[in-house]
Design a protein around this ligand. Structure first.
Ligand SMILES: Cc1cc2nc3c(=O)[nH]c(=O)nc-3n(C[C@H](O)[C@H](O)[C@H](O)COP(=O)(O)OP(=O)(O)OC[C@H]3O[C@@H](n4cnc5c(N)ncnc54)[C@H](O)[C@@H]3O)c2cc1C
Length: 518
């Protein structure tokens, strides 16, 4: 009598959903257990009074990774996502009212850059060449490959790679080789924030971000980023995966060298051949597994920052705002030091405003606006006083003040409702360690590649991990890569059920062995 291998996945974040889809398509009987009432995790959606907000991600980058995921599942991305290329990608607003629209149109870039700093267009061209080299090397030789042993990572070849990727040079120091004007230095380092890093700490490697935005483009799926979640859930379900919501896992049960099952919050027990934890890894070690020594070690790693969010439904359209708007603080250095060194909120913070109805009118009722505001702030902890109510109110005032400077003076009068998140919300809503929203473990050079937590537990050989706090890291393209690496490894180590051999489909582009998490 034939029986299918079973898999339990803890968490329906994008990485959990994609892992479920890969395993279900390859014959596993998959059950996804999610604590919240709907799938998506940080890539969730909020709908209220005709306003539709993406909770977290709004920048759809590196579309080929998404396309690869759909292809591995036997689908075409274009049948599921109506993608629009956004150009200019985003609008920078500097403190003296200067604007800069980043665009792939090099003539437009030339005139804007030269107006800010004569001669700087040549700097941009050189910077893009460097970003391209970093992108190719990092994707092919760091994110897209496996390291079996510590010595592989610290091999002479890899040390040369570290040198070529400028892994030991700070991004903000390196940008001085290309631009002198502080506005341009800010415009081409700010993107480190997407990784939850300060450009004063991040390695110069991450010039690859600016390159990929201008060369590969910034895209927008009509209907919002949640279309990615909905379509992958649909595909996973079509292959038989079952999603169970409002079902927090309380504990992973272990027996010798195996994870035998999970205990749910209501006390019930489920068992499976394979368990995949998509929930944030430091949380999993701290709260779901018995060995607290590893949890202590993870706690000592470097974490990303967090974000105070405002989701505003307004009954007026503010034409001053584009789809993506970045407001840069006058004191750029202090805006990061207050977050990363003082564990607080700067007096004058940087912030981002997303107005999806500019591209997709279905995001707001006609004649009204849907605004998402992201203010980077410290993660939880390490501060004498983190009074989140006070910090939230300060962030709100700073945003309104800055918007008023550009002529948006009556926003409060037109506010229909406000939903706001602090790092405490990120922690309680998605179980993110320290409320660190972008990772949670950060991407400095000592926490990537072999040195990032692995996708299998060292002791419990059938317990796997997928998501932003494992290899290769955070951001939708990387968590989809994480799902693929984890699913490939499970298929190789635990096996492919007999009945599915005919349609095994994950392209084994890279070897699947990978080190274990302790
Ligand atoms: C504000 C913000 C903006 C961002 N912007 C971008 C962007 O523009 N572009 C981009 O590419 N990326 C962006 N990101 C990053 C991106 O959102 C994440 O990398 C990605 O969504 C993480 O997916 P994940 O599956 O690893 O984890 P998560 O989304 O955190 O999913 C983990 C899931 O596990 C569930 N869970 C936790 N504990 C339990 C438990 N005990 N039992 C059951 N379920 C549990 C959680 O509820 C959650 O659903 C952004 C992130 C944030 C916070």
């Amino acid at each position: 009598m034939y029986s299918r291998q079973t898999a339990l996945i803890i968490g329906a974040g994008l990485s959990g959903i994609a892992t479920a889809a890969h395993l279900a398509r390859n014959g596993y009987q998959v059950t996804v257990l999610e604590k919240n009432p709907a799938p998506g995790g940080r890539c969730s959606q909020l709908n209220r009074d005709g306003h539709r907000f993406d909770i977290g991600p709004t920048l759809f980058l590196i579309p080929e990774v998404f396309a690869e995921t759909y292809a591995a599942l036997g689908e075409r991305m274009e049948d599921h996502l109506d993608l629009r290329r956004i150009d200019p990608t985003y609008q920078f607003h500097f403190d003296n009212g200067t604007r800069l629209a980043l665009t792939a149109d090099m003539n437009a870039m030339q005139s804007q850059l030269e107006a800010i700093e004569p001669g700087s267009f040549g700097g941009l061209l050189r910077y893009l060449v460097e970003g391209h080299q970093h992108y190719q090397l990092a994707v092919q030789r760091l994110a897209g490959r496996n390291f079996y042993r510590l010595l592989d990572y610290f091999s002479p070849q890899n040390l040369l790679l570290l040198f070529k990727l400028k892994g030991l040079i700070k991004h903000y120091d390196n940008i001085g080789n290309y631009f002198q004007h502080p506005y341009l230095k800010a415009a081409f380092t700010f993107q480190d924030m997407y990784l939850g890093l300060s450009p004063y700490d991040a390695p110069a490697t991450y010039s690859l971000l600016q390159y990929t935005e201008l060369a590969d483009g910034v895209w927008f799926p009509m209907g919002g980023m949640y279309r990615v979640v909905e379509s992958l859930v649909w595909i996973a379900q079509a292959h038989g995966a079952r999603f169970v919501y409002n079902t927090p896992v309380k504990q992973i049960e272990v027996d010798g060298r195996r994870a035998s099952g999970v205990i749910l919050q209501d006390g019930s027990h489920l068992s499976a051949d394979v368990i995949v934890a998509n929930a944030d890894l430091p949380y999993v070690y701290r709260h779901l597994l018995p060995n607290k020594a590893k949890a202590d070690r993870l706690e000592r790693m470097k974490y990303t920052c967090s974000a105070i969010m405002f989701y505003w439904g307004v009954d007026k359209v503010y034409a001053q705002l584009e789809l993506h708007n970045l407001f840069v603080a006058g004191d750029y250095r202090a805006s990061f030091d207050r977050v990363f060194k003082d564990y607080s909120l700067p007096d004058e913070p940087n912030f981002y405003v997303h107005a999806p109805a500019r591209t997709d009118p279905s995001a707001a009722p006609s004649g009204q606006d849907t605004l998402m505001i992201l203010v980077p702030v410290s993660r939880l902890g390490d501060a004498a006083a983190q009074d989140w109510k006070a910090l939230q109110s300060r962030a709100r005032s700073a945003v309104l003040r800055r918007l008023a400077d550009m002529g948006v003076t009556d926003l409060e009068e037109h506010l229909k409702f406000e939903v706001s998140y602090t790092p405490r919300t990120w922690q309680s809503m998605y179980n993110l360690a320290k409320g660190a929203a972008f990772g949670s473990i950060n991407h400095n050079f000592l926490q990537v590649g072999y040195l990032r937590p692995k996708n299998r537990h060292r002791r419990y050989r059938n317990l796997y991990f997928a998501g932003g706090s494992t290899h290769p890291g955070n951001g939708l393209p990387l968590v989809l890569t994480s799902a693929r690496l984890t699913a490939e490894r499970i298929l190789k180590e635990v096996g492919v059920p007999q009945m599915s051999r005919a349609f095994t489909s994950i392209p084994l582009r890279i070897a699947t062995e990978y080190g274990d998490s302790e």
